[in-house]
Design a protein around this ligand. Structure first.
Ligand SMILES: [Zn+2]
Length: 367
């Protein structure tokens, strides 16, 4: 009998207490914009945790310690000046950490714990205490830059974790896959000239003007180690699965990573409110299963998912649960009630203009 997978879960209720305040969703309120929440609001993400609990998934997972990252760890990626800005601002009422990045009281402590929780997941997987892990983090981190926050992200959770795996734990090769709807700019910037860290970002092309063109492919010794797959708006399960089959998995096989880190953004869901992609919970299950299988083939099963975007309060929980089911090998009895709305659409299949983008990337990187 195959041994049960030990899947870690890093979670802290305090993550949900990071305050982003009042806004018109993505923009400041005022004039004709009626006040509402800022879009990166805790309640949709807390509802994900509620489904993990209610489905019995939480009880099947191994709790991972949550601890604050040290300032030295934060400075693997960030400047001391930026870390100080967040630290000092968090003692009062907060402020802006960068464009589209409000923060509040205690955000420094909370965001430091998000980083520390992810580092613990990485350590526990490397040390064999668990087989793989899901880091249920908030605030998200993949847009944060060395000198400022960006796009709701305070600290670069995954960039710091990749540095930790590569240069503190001394793994020779680290792969980072980012399937959030928005470009994974932070980790790309951190390792742009470093051939020992492969970064692959799939995202909605030109979305929010963050970048991620095919031509951004690394520089110097790192040329070819940044892969961007800018998918057209409306890409669904077929397009994402094809991109994984034709680019992501071949690139991983060529690179031979020692660990796979995943910036798991659920805003490519068909029901998400900030992006216009079409992925269903079964699409998430499939692409994550492909990554889990690649990890088993290439690096002893070592894979860590960390939560980035995902803003629909009722559909996102099912997408995350399906992904954790792929990670853990545990199938709960939960059926996604939103699935039929998505998979019945012809636009959920691979379309020609999506295949053309994937082919352009495949050729550019000789995969
Ligand atoms: Zn996003």
């Amino acid at each position: 009998m195959e041994q049960m997978t030990r899947t870690g879960l890093a979670w802290d209720e305090w993550f949900m207490w990071h305050v982003t305040g009042v806004a018109g969703g993505l923009v400041p309120y005022g004039n004709y914009v009626q006040p509402h929440h800022f879009v990166e609001d805790p309640e949709p993400k807390r509802r994900i945790k509620h489904l993990l609990d209610r489905s019995g998934m939480t009880a099947r997972m191994v709790p991972v310690k949550v601890r604050p990252a040290s300032e030295a760890e934060l400075c693997y990626f960030h400047t001391p000046e930026y870390v100080a800005l967040v630290r000092e601002g968090s003692k009062g009422e907060g402020g802006m950490a960068g464009p589209f990045t409000p923060f509040g009281t205690d955000t420094f402590e909370i965001a430091s714990r998000a980083v520390g929780a992810l580092l613990e997941c990485v350590d526990d997987v490397i040390d064999g205490k668990i087989d793989n892990a899901f880091a249920f983090l908030r605030p998200p981190g993949h847009h944060a830059q060395s000198h400022q926050g960006l796009g709701m992200c305070i600290f670069g959770n995954i960039a710091i974790a990749a540095h930790h795996a590569r240069y503190i734990r001394n793994l020779p090769r680290v792969a980072v896959i980012d399937y959030d709807a928005h470009h994974g700019n932070g980790v790309q910037e951190a390792f742009y000239s470093d051939p020992s860290v492969l970064t692959i970002s799939l995202h909605q092309r030109t979305w929010f003007g963050i970048g991620g063109e095919i031509s951004e492919r690394g520089e110097g010794a790192g040329d070819g180690s940044s892969i961007n797959i800018p998918m057209p708006s409306g890409t669904g399960d077929g397009g994402y699965i094809a991109a994984f089959e034709r680019v992501v998995i071949p690139a991983l096989r060529q690179f031979q990573p020692d660990i796979i880190l995943v910036a798991a953004g659920f805003d490519i869901s068909a029901f998400d409110i900030v992006s216009t992609m079409m992925v269903s919970s079964e699409g998430f299950r499939t692409i994550n299963q492909m990554l889990v299988d690649a990890a088993k083939e290439l690096c002893g099963g070592r894979i860590v998912l960390e939560l980035e975007g995902g803003y629909n309060p009722w559909a996102t929980p099912f997408a995350v649960l399906a992904s954790i089911e792929a990670l853990s090998g545990v199938r709960t009895e939960v059926k996604d009630p939103f699935l039929d709305f998505t998979v019945g659409s012809i636009d959920n299949q691979l379309l020609d203009h999506q295949a053309a983008v994937i082919e352009e990337v495949r050729v550019a990187f000789d995969l």
